[in-house]
Design a protein around this ligand. Sequence first.
Ligand code: F6R
Length: 605
Amino acid sequence: MCGIVGYLGEKDAEKIIIEGLKKLEYRGYDSAGLACKIGDSVKILKCKGRLSNLEELFEKDPSSAPIAIGHTRWATHGEPSDVNSHPHFNSSKKIAVVHNGIIENYHSIKTELIQKGVKFVSETDTEVIPHLIDSFYDGDLLAAVQKAVRLLRGSFAIAVISADSDEIVAARKESPLVIGVGDGDYYVASDVLAALSYTKRFYYPENGDVIRISKKNGIEIFDASGNAVVREEKYVNISADAATKCGYDHFMLKEINEQPDACANTILRYCYDNNISLDLKNIKDLSRYNKIYIVACGTAYHAGLIGKIAIEKYFKIPVTVDIASEFRYYSPFVDDRSIVILISQSGETADTLAALRNSKEAGAYVLSITNVVGSTVARESDDVITTIAGPEIAVASTKAFTTQVVALFLVALYFGRISGNISDSQFDECMDELEKIPEKVREVLKNTDIIKQEAMHIKDYDQLFYIGRGCDRVIGMEGALKLKEISYIYTEAFPAGEMKHGPIALIQKDTPAIAIITQKDLAEKTISNIKELKARGAYVIAIASEITEELEKTVDKIIPVPEAFGILVAVPAILPCQLLAYYASIFRGNDVDKPRNLAKSVTVE
Ligand code: F6R
């Protein structure tokens, strides 16, 4: 995690760094800092806590520098503290470094440097980098960085400045890094969002690249062997507004409300004339594949569990869904007859990336579903489906989930059609139903009063249960993740029929439980399970599209959601869960967009 930014040009570099860091706070927010070049020295301002603390420091000690680098941190080595904040200096305080990633061999490098007399001040892995660069430095910063990064194991995106030169040297391995080209000025960042207000022209350096940026020579890129290389400049068509709240109180609320458009745009991207085109250029004849793995983390994993139902139905091939951090260490049957579908909003999640590489090594065809064009997962996959959700900034994922479900539904239909397992009339019906989804999401958004009321009710409880069957069970799992991560209410989701095998022991008078009921054929069964909870005193809210008299008699409250076709019902039905979590979090006084201990992009194992 962590976000890095750099600027070189005529503008006020520190202000640009602070503005850029604001856009990257989703990557970590336990401390922040910047380093700028002033005359022949480098000045560092850094402190523990939110970026506003750094802004206060800057206001007390402003300067106007042409070159600066900055960092917003999610602690990995060493607690959040002033001294562990980035940037880090070498001993003479002439070389400053910001870093995103983890240096796995920092301990051995540190031991060696200490033996040579270097004194360390922080507990971070990062601090070895400026000292290592210093040990190679003879006036040529680029050469010193090149030598230093060759010794680093792990993941890193770094930006380095030195008191002796007017340049920024950056490097990347595994962690994301983009270089923006402005009007005679240059930007370095973990994500284009940090520089989108100034430019839409970006380079995406490859693994191992080292980049030198200077007024004199502009951008020079060198590959891992030190050869000068040319990387393609890309135009990023995202509005700078995408990274602002546009009048909403929180990014999460904005992103929840963007879901009708996000789903519509994802459908429009791949569907035309009642057909689907996924542009899968590298897949072989479908008949050669005998199994599919869907691999992801967190919310994306839940989307995968829902996608499995549709893919098995339409493509008629067994699908295993696994969590990337497990799959990367145990996936013995992946081979060249496997399709591995990776789902990742950010496209940078370390475990998902490792799963991708293992799968490729095992000969599988790797298809990724990501929301970030040019992300590492996107670049390394055989083919990519991009969800058109726009940047997701709030830590709790919302629009990424619904667009991932849409994308998986498209994959299921596409494979179903090509393999001849789905008839034309079935296909047409699915396409018609898919088109209605954005409107159904809008419908849920029009009626949020009852959701707010129920959020007010549950906010005072310390535990809560979701129950459901089939697709409803997975909607509950995602609802539970949302609630625990932003409201901090301990929430677990159970298959409705499983409660009586143990978890029902936790139900007492007024224990809140939420039942999801969208599957006609399973509704009665779930209602029986609700009765078992009611008999033990539970307060039961139903999120339901199947509203029968029996249900009305049984539960305490019903939050209605529109009926929808097959797995697509997960799209409107997740909205009340997202909003319940949002409002419960607000009512408990939490920081919705930046929940404790979390960061948006998990680029460490
Ligand atoms: C939960 C959430 C996380 C992510 C997970 C995977 O709201 O956001 O569970 O879904 O960290 O992230 P990506 O999709 O970027 O790989």
